[in-house]
Design a protein around this ligand. Sequence first.
Ligand code: F3S
Length: 481
Amino acid sequence: MNEILRLSKPISWLDGIDPSSGKIIQPDHPQRGESIAGKIVVLPYSTGSTVGAYTFFRLVKAGKHPKKIVLEQPDSVTISAELAGIPVEIPMARKAYKPKAEAPEEFLRFLEKEACISGSKEFVRVSSVHISGVSYTTIGDAGLEFLEGVADKGLKVKVKSTINPTGMDLVRWREMGISENYAEKQLRIVRALLRIGAEPSFTCTPYLVGNRPRQGSHVCWGESSAVAFANSVLGARTNREGGVKTVVSAIVGLTPKYGMHLEENRRPDLVVRLEGFLEGKTEFGVLGYYVGKMAPKSVPIYEGISKASEDELKAMGAAGAASGSIELFHVKGITPEASLPCKEGCEAIKVGKKEIKETVELLSTSGSNPDIVVLGCPHLSRRELQEIADLLNGRRVKVSFWIFTSRLVFERNVELCKKIERSGAKVFCDTCMVVCPLRDLGYSVAATDSPKAARYLRTFQGLEVILGEIKSLVSLYTTRS
Ligand code: F3S
């Protein structure tokens, strides 16, 4: 008899399931400890990282995969299980047709299945793709084999395709303490992606390095923080796409039209009234995290924020997509589609200092001294590097102090990065604190300014975490030189 496991709460496939045992490990999940192996798993939808799509390949490789998945609401990350050979169904799925394109039959069949599950009636041509699932830490041997298989077939991307961070700085990986064995696997992943024609961007901020879609354009992006930014700040249209699916769409050039591609789904369904004001970028992230946790699948509109920089919106989107599954948010008077009318029955919540403080406490698991400070989740912009350089001027770091940005932003700001490194801090590119093997490198307590990093450093890397604004982290963990 087929055993059915009905999940009462959404799951994050990246850090909510142990791929070697099939056990639920998500800390706040009511069914934590139960196994999905060999069962028919029924779930509402998934939350969190788009890289979680590769967890299906890892589960299959370990023989711990579910027999079938039944999704209550379509989401591209979970539908990617099909590509790993795990059937995905949705009650009341509609009939769909296969897209017309020159591409491998299995990719076209996958898109047909996604269209069928999502109820989409047509496919849209995408103007760009952002590929997630690039780090060896997150995708493992199963992901490496999938990507090499795609490259070995001689397949090429049809549209501009940028790539998410890898597991190491591709130039200074020895300085990070990365092993030869890890580097060899990571470089194989990189080579496979370059062979299919993807651009060597290695960043979660593709919009800072030339992949900045126009308002209203259809794209297919993985990396949940970049998805939130593309939809909310740029007004482009993308679903939160599973890492594997981004490879498929890059090669086919199409995606089914549903979810965020449709105007009616972009209307707010939750009003978030901010009481008081936000002090700094971390609080923007904390607010996003709180709302993602309270209403994981919502399209919130924030009221009461009088100004917000791109960096602050970037932090807010990243956090809401990590605690929940928020693909799009609006900020009244600031983001491009904030004038869209609210949906009928739209609810309102108030968020003030109390909720912000409680969320910071929830994300900080340790009061003890960190052995590393990590900044740059999402990857830092030039302006953020400048802020850090100013704060570190005339100071020496007391612990390891790693700062992450994209290769292109680094190369355009070499003098600024040298200034930062005079403090003893390191500026690394092509990777980040979450997707490099930080725990294996010997670190156990990390301080960060990013709620998204705080979440994954704890649940994915197993580290203790301290969350604070950059200013306070610099003052606590550096000294005057
Ligand atoms: Fe980017 Fe890594 Fe954070 S990919 S959004 S810096 S977890």
